[in-house]
Design a protein around this ligand. Sequence first.
Ligand code: SF4
Length: 504
Amino acid sequence: MRVHLINPSALSFGVGVITPRWLYVLAASTPECYGEPCITDETLERWDPDAVASGDVVGIGIHTGNALDGYEIGRRARDRGAFVIFGGIHATLYPEEALDLGAAHAVVKGDGDLVWATVLADCARQAPQRIYDGGKVEGADFKPARWSLVPRSKYMWASVQTVRGCPKHCSFCSVWKTDGQRPRPRTVDGVVDEIVALRRIGFRFIALADDNFYPVTLDDLATAARRQDKGRLQELTAMRAERFELMAALAALPEDMVFYTQITMEAAEDPEFLAAMRKAHIRGALIGVEAVTPEGLKDVYKDFNMSGERLVDRLRAFRHHDIHVLGSFIFGLPSDRPGTFDLTAELAERSGVTFAQFVMLTPFPGTVDFAAWERTMEADPTRIEGVPLTRHWLIPKGKQPKVYVPHPLMSPEEIRARTQAVWDRFYSWTNIWSRSRCVESIKARVAFVLISKLYRQMYANTGIATDSARVNRSATWARWIARPCQRLFAARPMPDLQAPRGSI
Ligand code: SF4
């Protein structure tokens, strides 16, 4: 019984930006008696069904964006006589869908780290259950990924998780619902050991793939103190201390290491935290800016963000601590006006963000937005290829609308075209070259340009363009640029590197 783990994707680029961590975590959770799992990441290359034999187990991890691709793989794997198991955020939300459309024998809801061995044992005795509930695994029990199986030359960044869960409740995000609002931090030694293992094999760029790297804000501490809630204050203080302990441990790793994380912009008010991040080699952060106006922030329940000039100041605070920002902005919010697009582009440029992404509001399952939208769509008769809009991820690729939520002022095409124009503006040659001043040598500036263009081709043109010719052209372009980019991220292996605290 061979174990196959598959990350589905409609587009393959030959080279991946970030390692899909779950593949290597489940590989680590696969008991040795089943041999070495066969791993396929379709963002690199297509899955080969001929590799699957009758009686094998095929594990497929899906999020909403690749659910349809995953279901096709599930059906083909089942036709070959394999046990088909689905997991991931989307399968957790819609287990019955994976059973019906993906021909699954079983679905794992929640974290797979601990329950995967039980699933495999049940398959080995030909008796998988329909549903397994992996629950929310505590940080101390997170499985370290099995990085010895990763094809080193295929990825730019590795990925390590330091905390799951986010205490916020943004309306467009499912993380706080699926991973929970109680942060589950991993042990410092667990994180550092995994990073050392990665540096040993030549990864020096590592994404800290956390839901929110800053789970305790100064405001949270002040609120607990004001309420004289001693228990809560102690809990928060301990969690904050643990973050600093982690960053001190990261700071003791080799100087050439570069980390990147996801964080809320409240960290800008916490210079001690930003200084510790810088020392810890955390050189970049994805920040959900979402909207640049107070009305827009209200639309997405993100009242802890700033707008206007205070937003500019907050984003610049990261740059002052030498932390590059990838700003994420949403278009199509009810309060957006035609002028919002230029205002956003101008603010993104002025606030010194190094990279930016501009996404169109899409109601994703598991979010507050989706639940509200689904209710309003109950009587909507629209079907595309027989699929209602509230199951948009099941609409065949190329036929999916780009905008789902009707806007009070703008048509879907206007929102799409204006969003595309903002991408064009932010990633114009002139603007990229100007931003490339954030690095010093000419070689580094050329690398910066290549990576900016790659980012744009991979994420904007393949997602927003309406015609398939443009999508295919972009994918081809991305394939061409990705290979030289990957080489820029390669580092000399350090096989003898020891963990600074002596844990491995
Ligand atoms: S968008 Fe970010 S801050 Fe908001 S709930 Fe999701 S993970 Fe948390």
